[in-house]
Design a protein around this ligand. Sequence first.
Ligand code: ZN
Length: 153
Amino acid sequence: MLRWKDILIFAKYGNPEPARRVKHTDAEWARLLPPERYRVLRQQATEPPYRNAYCRVYEPGEYACAGCDSVLFAAQEKYHAISGWPSFRQPRARNAIRYVFDESFNMQRVEARCNVCGGHLGHVFPDGPAPGGLRYCINSASLRKVDVEGIGN
Ligand SMILES: [Zn+2]
């Protein structure tokens, strides 16, 4: 289980290696992705709260990166954080997410990116539920839900 100190260490000293890497030029991404996904994944846009696809979805399954199809989160880690965006307690794997310090908008935050394609997902905060205490606040536009029946742990 990842905790906030792990996130800070990854952001400061380097992230775990992903299982694979997907790279495209910006022009290729613009061609490959629908406009809303491109704006969020490649231009760090934030979609509006509540008016997004997965905010209120709690069915079983998994959430994959909309840029490269890497599995990022299990649906069982999704919880209701009243933030207006999909919120998760833990990623599917220790090396699924890339953590980057983000000082934009005069805030000190940790950005969450897909570790395989580098796509912007959202941010991670240390105010999540016990025991891990993490809240991954993720744009729906950067996710694609994969419906898997009877997924285990
Ligand atoms: Zn990706």
